[in-house]
Design a protein around this ligand. Structure first.
Ligand code: BMA
Length: 296
């Protein structure tokens, strides 16, 4: 089972103009939500200073995008001084929550901000203080009365719970790298988990010893997402196109966003840390594939 690339990829390129200095080098690893009939994107942008800021773009179909001239989210705290990276947005009831990585001389920190309109953001702060952490993403609903979130304690995907989105407890490992596989070195969650009648469908990235980033899918128990129902051996996307192989970091496909509309799964992903792209598949076909590869 493989994702199908949009034939006119990439969908977003750096804009090397004086006006767009902040996004002149790389635009990648975006969050995307579908709301009120439109796709909304917050993308990670780097200018020549390599500081990551977040730009906003909007689209009616997920393929053709229009963007704002200025970033909508920029470093503002000491722990963000080198940049705000890799946003993942989850809607919970009427609020959009953005998980993002803050990068500074202190290291990388897992942060959350919230918004009602996707443009103006209020910071909740560092949610896993005192540790290097990233690849965190919220579940779209509470599980057994508490908020749930994936995060990454190198090299594994972890699950944690919270009553207030700020204090996180009951940390457990969900998935680990697999020996001599495409996801042998480290793994991290993609966009928000998707509820299905058979479990939480998740996408994740895996890295091999050659530092190639690929994408995979898994199915987790609805009541206890630490229980893995299915994790097929094969990736669903790997670097093949020139702009996935060559860029700021070679051989990278990296996702922070998945949207399901009707029966189409849209996977938005960064190519080689330089451009944004989209690939799709039939959601029910992917779910069937996962159910066929159930672990015993
Ligand atoms: C990870 C993250 C991603 C990036 C990837 C490949 O550690 O920082 O933002 O796409 O590395 O460089």
């Amino acid at each position: 089972m493989r994702l199908q690339r949009y034939e006119k990829n990439p969908i977003l390129l750096p804009l090397p103009q004086p006006l767009h200095e902040w996004e002149a080098l790389n635009v990648f690893n975006a969050a995307v939500v579908h709301h009120n009939g439109l796709f909304h994107m917050l993308y990670r942008a780097q200018g020549l200073d390599y500081v990551s800021r977040l730009g906003y773009a909007v689209s009616a179909d997920g393929y053709q995008w229009s963007r704002l001239d200025k970033p909508v989210f920029e470093p503002a705290e000491p722990w963000e001084s080198y940049g705000v990276e890799d946003p993942r947005i989850t809607r919970i009831e009427d609020t959009f929550y953005m998980c993002y990585t803050a990068y500074s001389e202190m290291g990388v920190r897992a942060c959350i901000a919230r918004s009602q309109n996707l443009i103006t953001w209020e910071r909740l702060g560092v949610v896993l203080p005192g540790e290097d952490n990233k690849d965190h993403v919220l579940f779209p609903e509470k599980i057994n009365g508490r908020y749930a979130m994936f995060h990454r304690r190198y090299p594994d995907i972890w699950l944690a719970y919270s009553d207030d989105l700020v204090h996180w407890t009951d940390h457990t490992i969900v998935m680990r790298p697999r020996y001599k596989a495409w996801d042998e070195l480290k793994i991290g969650a993609g966009g928000p988990p998707i509820r299905t009648p058979h479990g939480w469908l998740i996408l994740y990235h895996g890295v091999d010893e050659q530092h190639v980033y690929r994408l995979g899918a898994a199915l987790l128990d609805l009541e206890d997402p630490a229980f893995v129902i299915s994790r097929p051996d094969e990736p669903i996307l790997e670097p093949e196109e020139r702009w996935e192989r060559k860029g700021d970091v070679p051989n990278v496909v990296f996702t922070c966003a998945n949207v399901v509309l009707d029966d189409t799964l849209y996977v938005f992903y960064g190519g080689a840390d330089r451009v944004m792209a989209v690939a799709t598949c039939s959601f029910s076909a992917l779910l069937d594939f996962l159910l066929k590869h159930r672990e015993r």
